[in-house]
Ligand binder design. Sequence first.
Ligand code: BGC
Length: 763
Amino acid sequence: MRHSVLILLAGLVIASCAPKSEMDRFIDDLMAGMTLEQKIGQLNLHSSPGFISAERVTEEDENAKLLRQGLLGGIYGSGNPALLRQCQEIALESGAGIPLIFGMDVIHGHETVFPVPLALSTSWNMDLIERSARIAATEAAASGINWVFSPMVDICRDARWGRIVEGGGEDPYLGGEIARAMVYGYQGRDASVGTDEVLACVKHYALYGGAEAGRDYNSVFLSRQEALNGYMNPYKAACEAGAASYMSSFNEFEGIPASMNTWLMQDILRDSWGFDGFIVSDATAIAEEVNHGIGDLQEISARSLKAGLDMDMNSDGYIGTLKESLEEGRIKEADIDRACRRILKAKYRLGLFEDPYRYLDDARYNSTVYTQENRAAAREMARECQVLLKNDGILPLSKGAKVAVVGPLAKDSDAMKGTWAMSRKPCVTLWQGISEVSNASYAEGSWLYKDAELEDAVRHSIFRAFAPGMQIPPVHTTPQSALIAEAVAKARQADVVVACVGEVPNMNGEGASRTDISLPDAQRELLQALKATGKPVVMVLVTGRPLTLVEEDAQMDAILNVWSPGSEGGYAVADVLFGDANPSAKLTTSFPRSAGQLPLYYNHKSTGRPHPDDAPYKKFVSCYIDEVNAPLYPFGYGLSYTTYEYGPVTLSAGEMPLNGTVKASVTVTNTGSRAGDEIVQLYIHDVYATSTRPVKELKGFKKIHIETGQSVQVDFTLTKEELSYYNHDLEWVCEPGDFEIMIGPNSRDTQGAMLAVKAADAS
Ligand code: BGC
C-alpha cells in the first residue's frame, strides 16, 4: 500500500514538472478569459427536429438564441454546410468566440449508404468495415460535420431489441475488432486529424444491449464480471484505437444510471483504460435520470458531472442548474473546468481554433459526396454482407430465367437504406436490381401486417414524431386477397419466384422492440400462397435483426438474408442472386427457433444439468418442453455457392508454458465448383477455471480466398491473452490447465484439440 502511495506521489511530481503541451497552454489561456457561464455553455449540446431540416437559422430558433449567449458547445443533426457555417459565425461573434463542434448520426455511411452495421459485421472483413467508416468520414466532413455518433458497439444477445441492427452482434471478441476498425476509419490511424477525418463517438456506454427482455431503454442486470467478460471488450478496443469521445447510455447498471455511473465512466473507462477524451450523454439521458428515480434535474446534473459526464445532450440540465449547484457547494468549479477542458481539447484536436470553417468547404461537398466511386464501394460491400441461410440448389439463378419479383419490400427504397440513414438519395431497390439483369415481372404481393393499425404504426410513427403535419398515406388500400392473387398469377407465369419480405426500417432500430420476431402474418400468408404454386421460391429477407424462420426454412427453396444493404442494395443483391458474386457472409448473431429462447447466444455457460443443443425434451435437465435449445442458424453460420472441407485441427504443441505461444492450424479445401471466400473461426473452451466459463468463445478468425480444388492451411497463434478472462476478483488472468481449441466454419460445426497450459514454474 505504502509502495503504491509513493508511486502515485512520484507520478504526480513528474506530471507537475512535465512541460505543458502547446495545446494545454493554449487552453489554459483560453479558459482564463472565460466566464463561468461560457464554460458551462461549452458543456451543452443541442438539436431540434425543425433545426435538422432547416436551411437557415432564424431569429426565433431556440438554438440561435443560445448561440448568441455563448450557451452551446456544439450542435448535432444537420449536414447542411450553409446552416452550419451560419451557426459557426454566430458562435464566433458571441462572448468567448469559441467554435462549435458539429455532430451527426453517421452510422453506416452518410449520403452514400452502406449496409446496416449488423450486416457489415457479417462480412467479418475488417478492411471493408474500416473502409466504410473512412468513406463515411470523408462524406460527413465534406458536409461540415466533424464528430460522428458512431461506432455503436453494444453487444446484444436478444433479437427482440431493435437496436441490435446498429451493432456488431453478440460476440465481444469480434465486436472489439469491429470497434477498432470503425474508429480507425473515422479518425485515421494516427493522432493527427486532417479535414477528411472526424472524431468518433463510441456508444452507448455502457451495456445498453443488455436491456432486459429486449425492451428498449430497459434496465440492465449484469454482474461486473459478466459485463467485463461478455460486453465490455468492444468499448475497450475502441479506446485502444484512440476514440476521441464516448456517449453514455440510457440504461442503468447496478442501480445507477449509466450517465452518472462512476464505476463505468471513471473507474473503468478513464482509470483502467486510460481514456482522456470527453463523454457526452445520450439525448436527454441526464433529464431521464429523474424518471429513473434519482433526484430532480439539479441533483442529477450535479451527480452526472461529478461522475465524469462532460457534455449534456438535449437535457439543459447543465446550463440550467450547474451554476446554482456551484453556489450551493454541490459541485466545485474544478468539476466544470475539467469537463470544459476536455471539450476544448477535442476542438483543438480538430483544428477548429486555427480555422473554425475548415470543414465547411462547399466545393468539397460536390466532389466528395455520393460519388460514383463511393457508390461502387457500397455495392462491393453489400455483396459481401449477404448471408445465404438456405439453398436447395436453386441459387444462383440463370439470367435467362423468367423471374417473378413479389413482396412488399421489392420496391421499397427505404428498406434498402435501413435505420439511421440520413441520406437524401434514394437507394437502388430489389426490383430495380433484379429487373435490370433478367426477364422479370412484379407484384406487391401482400400487406406488411394484417393489422392495419400496427402496419400504420411501423410505417409512420417516426414521421408523426419528427415531421408533424406531414401527409400520411393510408395503408391497406388494396385488399390482401387481391394482392396475393396477383402475385400468384405472376408466379405461375414465371420459372422462379423471388419473394422480397421482412422488416421495413421502423421495425428495427431505436424504439422498435418486438416480442414476436417472426415474419409478419400478412407476409407469411403470401409465402404460403407462392409455395402452393409449386414454383421454386427464393426468399430475399430484408431485416435488421435475427428472425424466427423455422417455417420458412422448411418451405422455401432458398433464403438469402440481405439485411438493409444500402444505396446500391438492389444491384448487390442481384449480383449474388445471379451468381456474379459468391456469398461469403456469416452470421454474427444466433437466429433463434423461437422468441421464447431469447436471450440466445452461442457463448453461453454450461448449467449443472446441460443438455445437448439439438436433443429433444427430457425431464430434469436444462431444456424446454416444446423446443430444442439449439438456434435455427448458429453464430458464425452462412452458406456459399461452393463447399469447403475442413481437415483435422493440429496444434504445434500439446502444452504451452504460460508465457509461450502455440500455433493452431487447419487445412481448408474448396471442394465445390466455384472460387470462394471462407471465414475460418477459432474458438476456445477453458475446461476448468476458478469461475465458470462459456462453452465456446471466439478468439480468432480469418477470411481466406480459395480457388476450386485448392487447399489452404490456416494458422492461428495462441498466447495467454486469448486464454485469459476476468476472474471473480475482476483480474485479467490466464489460469493454467486444459483448454479445448476448436476450429470450424461456424460456432456449431467445430473440431477440437486439447491444449494444456502450464504455470510458469511447472516443469
Ligand atoms: C440515440 C443515439 C443517437 C442520439 C442522437 C439517441 O436517441 O440513442 O444513438 O446518437 O439519439 O441522435
